[in-house]
Ligand binder design. Structure first.
Ligand code: F42
Length: 326
């Protein structure tokens, strides 16, 4: 099992860089920086992280092909790869519907568009002129003028078609889930895609809501708002899988509709925390990580909130979880 960490650049770049350095010192192998128009620009953040770290792999987690043309993504990630001396990774997904709709972007055929974008990016990274006649991208001999290097591609995927596509076109899938039951469903879908193209090495990444502290209750309390948001946006099928009462879900949605975060936190049940996060004391987190490993997860990404205190939680993960896992 390897460990990554997710950072949202909703804080000053200097803070993200300091946390990334701390994550590197504590044995994390990947930093994933989220990409949303309303936060600091992902490549500016990644460039600063590249300049201030030595061995941790870095990349957007995840960018999309609606807001950013694949030629721009190809050049930006290749630049990060050069700056970091070969530590660049591309995380790309179909895009977040809520965010994109605010920009007036209609997500027409997200899977097809993503597939085409990845084809174009791979083509440009060869350094040869690219000719591509797609439904969304029409490339007429474009060519990169500097060497991209060998850059792995990870696909942000949740839906069945996306998961299969990830297995076909990616080196790994970033799956927004924290419970083994979800991976029992999603890993076979990635495998279907892998079998179709005949590949067997693939990183299954649990992109989790993570919260750890020596004090289990404190850790669980810190995870509640994020879990509340996940509950509000999840389909009924997922609640059935995790035996979550739809009446409890209704309470969450109503509280969120009123921006009543106090009630939201009180309404998050233990079943919800178990379904949608890895949280609690280091031992509780280790037990859950063990179950994820057993079903085939190969990387855990500690995503928001990481813990009640980011700095302390990164150190706890390094000392109490990563060292013990190794
Ligand atoms: N989104 C962001 O905008 N920024 C981030 O930083 C970010 C991080 C992130 C990290 C991990 C992760 O897993 C997701 C992340 N996301 C982020 C969200 C990501 O961009 C997606 O919104 C999220 O992964 C949900 O995608 P999904 O796998 O559910 O795919 C959607 C698009 C979907 O509807 N999929 C269906 C499916 O079954 O997989 C698609 C059905 C289909 O086949 N559609 C056809 C097609 O071509 O798209 C069209 C069918 C037709 O006829 O119209």
């Amino acid at each position: 099992m390897s460990f990554g960490i997710e950072f949202l650049p909703n804080m000053e770049i200097e803070k993200v860089v300091n946390y990334a350095r701390l994550a590197e010192e504590n044995g994390f192998e990947n930093v994933w920086v989220t990409d949303h128009y309303n936060n600091r620009n992902v490549y500016a953040v990644l460039a600063m992280i590249a300049a201030n770290t030595n061995k941790i792999k870095i990349g957007p987690g995840v960018t999309n092909s609606y807001q950013i043309h694949p030629a721009v993504t190809a050049s930006a990630v290749a630049t990060i790869n050069e700056l970091s001396k070969g530590r660049g990774v591309l995380g790309i997904g179909p895009g977040d519907k809520t965010t994109l709709s605010k920009l007036g972007i209609d997500m027409d055929k997200p899977v097809k568009r993503l597939k085409e974008a990845v084809d174009v990016i791979k083509g440009l990274w060869t350094g040869n002129p690219v000719k591509y006649d797609g439904e969304f991208f029409d490339i007429n001999g474009a060519k990169m003028d500097f060497k991209a290097g060998d850059i792995p591609i990870y696909i942000g995927a949740q839906g069945p078609v996306m998961l299969k596509t990830a297995g076909m076109i990616g080196d790994g899938a970033l799956i927004n889930a924290s419970n083994p039951k979800d991976f029992e469903v999603s890993i076979p879908l990635c495998k279907e895609g892998m079998d179709e193209v005949g590949r067997d090495d693939f990183d299954i990444v649990a992109y989790t809501c993570f919260s750890v502290d020596e004090d289990s209750n404190k850790a669980k309390n810190a995870a509640k708002i994020v879990v509340g948001f996940i509950v509000a946006g999840s389909p009924d099928l997922v609640f059935k899988r995790h035996n979550i009462d739809l009446e409890d879900v209704k309470k969450i949605r109503e509280a969120l509709g009123r921006f009543d975060f106090g009630t939201l936190k009180k309404s998050v049940t233990d079943e919800m925390l178990n379904a949608f996060s890895i949280c609690g004391s280091p031992d509780e987190c280790i037990a859950k990580i063990g179950k994820l490993y057993d079903v085939g997860v190969t990387q855990i990404v500690a995503g928001s909130p990481v813990g009640p205190n980011m700095e302390k939680s990164i150190k706890i993960i390094g000392e109490e979880i990563i060292k013990k896992e190794k």
